[in-house]
Design a protein around this ligand. Structure first.
Ligand code: ZN
Ligand code: ZN
Ligand code: ZN
Length: 122
């Protein structure tokens, strides 16, 4: 389980470095290169520990479930609540900037962009 998506149901294998990550943020923190986006993605179900592949362009409702155990893995990402400790400790931190960062992060986190992929690929 990773600290970004508390309820991650699958691991995803990055096409670039072929390692397993719980979410794109984990990849970002561990690796120095950007996560490669591919039209197909390899997942590993955390429930039955089996792997399966999905093609982003053909992703539909039935693909939101693990083909082996029917585990529903495309779910709203549960993210840790931001800690409120900006008590004037660091006055250089711009509160507005922090907020913007957070909003953007949550948008990206929606199950590894799989849902947006068909639109983007046209
Ligand atoms: Zn990588
Ligand atoms: Zn993560
Ligand atoms: Zn499964």
């Amino acid at each position: 389980m990773c600290k970004h998506v508390l309820n991650a149901q699958v691991s995803i294998r990055s096409p670039c470095c072929r390692k397993w990550f719980d979410c794109a943020d984990c990849h970002h923190e561990t690796e120095s290169h950007p996560l490669l986006q591919q039209d197909h993605m390899t997942f590993a179900c955390k429930k039955c520990k089996k792997c399966f592949r999905k093609v982003a362009a053909e992703f539909e409702e039935s693909d939101e479930y693990c083909p082996h155990c029917d585990n529903h893995f495309v779910i709203e990402a549960m993210v840790p609540k931001p800690r409120l400790e900006v008590e004037g400790e660091d006055v250089r931190v711009d509160a507005r900037m922090l907020k913007d960062e957070r909003v953007r992060g949550e948008e990206q986190r929606t199950i590894f962009n799989v849902r947006d992929a068909p639109d983007r690929l046209g």
